[in-house]
Design a protein around this ligand. Structure first.
Ligand code: PLP
Length: 407
């Protein structure tokens, strides 16, 4: 198993570069993942040989690009097991997907006094759009808290849901704590009260097999760049009957059926939500990223990354001054930690000089930091191309950094 994953590194050109003359150790995968050669090559190949705007041309190149884009949509649909391509809206990322739902679902279903539930461990992009919606509609935002090890207080959910609850938006995996949330249970509870659920899959889709029909979620969103695809790509999965009832998010080309001076009628799904020239070449490359990881096998990825997570967690125990923030038993390959009397960014800056890329700060999840009463954390996040040897290098570098900071 380990051998397969070490060989995989050669598929990622950036991993063989050095930083400050040291081999790059890239532990910032929760922020964005590196790209395999097939993704980079697909982008170059398309711009070199096939580029033409999609959906509105009769010429060869336009037709080719259109078909490739729709095939990419089909790949995404199969990957998440949506029942139809109509339910797969192409966006520029998780943030745009959530904003789309918050606006459009909000226009259709949210009125003054209605309630929306999010959790306290959401990334700002699954928090702020709902806050904005609540301000716009005079609705109420309710927050599901988590316990000291970073698990959602699921029992509280029963009390939070009322007849006024219109939607629950919750993350599948926390980007700052690593917790894998029991979304099946959350969906079951919500549906027993007829409340739809949006799942933010930004930190799950690259690690865990997602089957939207089996989950029975109403919306599932993710970003292409976190699953080894290009930046500026993303997906909104939504159940057809809900999407049909929601008004368009943006107006423009392609989302219309007919435009007259007096009135516009709208295109069918999924195009109703895809105004303007989409990021089609990057979406085609995203489909290549998905095919690439499917070949490795998402379950193999999960198992290997769990081994990395367990090994790194164990090695961090060598530091009595380190506290791991987020110790839920079910975790994805993310470790956040704080160090007594040391600011996280000091660690980040010094360790960078040793070729190690990790992230420090609040990770766009300030309510989590407020709950723990800390300014931020140091976060290492793994991908399947990381190795045990890299974890050893990181531990040695961390020892040096902490020695320097304590002098
Ligand atoms: N949700 C979670 C859990 C995330 O980790 C992130 C990014 O880190 C986002 C949403 C936002 O993703 P993007 O910036 O790609 O839209």
């Amino acid at each position: 198993m380990k051998k397969i994953f070490e060989d995989i590194r050669k598929d990622f050109p950036i991993l063989s570069r050095t930083i400050y003359n040291k081999p790059l150790v890239y532990f910032d995968n929760a922020a964005t993942t590196q790209k395999p050669k097939i993704v980079i090559d697909t982008i170059a190949e398309f711009y070199s040989n096939y580029n033409a705007n999609i959906h509105r041309g009769v010429h060869y190149l336009s037709d080719y690009s259109t078909q490739a884009t729709e095939k990419a949509r089909e790949v995404i649909k199969n990957f998440i097991n949506a029942s139809s391509v109509k339910e797969v809206i192409l966006t520029k990322g998780t943030t745009e997907s959530i904003n789309l739902v918050a606006f459009s679902f909000g226009e259709a279903f949210i009125n003054e006094g209605d309630e929306i539930i999010v959790s306290k461990m959401e990334h700002h992009s699954n928090f702020v759009p709902w806050q904005l919606l609540c301000q716009r509609k005079k609705a109420v935002l309710k927050v599901l808290n988590f316990n000291s090890i970073g698990e959602l207080n699921i029992d509280e959910l029963y009390k939070l849901i009322t007849v006024k609850t219109k939607i629950i938006a919750v993350t599948h995996v926390s980007n700052a704590l690593g917790t894998i949330n029991p979304i099946e249970k959350i969906i079951e509870i919500a549906h027993s009260r007829n409340v739809p659920v949006l799942i933010d899959g930004a930190q799950a889709i690259q690690h865990i097999k997602v089957d939207v029909q089996k989950l029975n979620c109403d919306f599932y969103v993710f970003s292409g760049h976190k699953i080894y695809g290009p930046t500026g790509t993303g997906v909104l999965y939504g159940k057809k009957d809900l999407l049909e009832k929601m008004p368009p998010y943006q107006g423009g080309g392609e989302m219309i059926s007919k435009v007259t001076v007096e009135k516009t009628t709208f295109n069918v799904l999924p195009y109703k939500f895809e105004a303007g020239t989409p990021n089609y070449i990057d979406t085609i490359a995203l489909a290549e990223a998905i095919k690439y990881i499917e070949k490795i096998g998402i379950d193999n990825i999960y198992n290997y990354e769990t081994e990395l997570l367990n090994y790194a967690t164990e090695r961090l125990k060598e530091f009595p001054e380190i506290k791991i923030i987020g110790q839920a038993p079910k975790k994805s390959a993310v470790i956040s930690f704080s160090v007594d009397n040391v600011h996280p960014s000091d660690i980040g800056i010094l360790i960078d000089k040793m070729g190690i890329a990790l992230r420090t700060g609040t990770h766009c999840a300030e309510p989590i930091m407020q709950e723990f009463n800390i300014p931020g954390t140091v976060r290492v996040s793994f991908a399947f191309y990381n190795t045990f040897k890299e974890i050893d290098l990181f531990i040695e570098a961390l020892k040096k950094v902490l020695l320097m900071l304590k002098k």
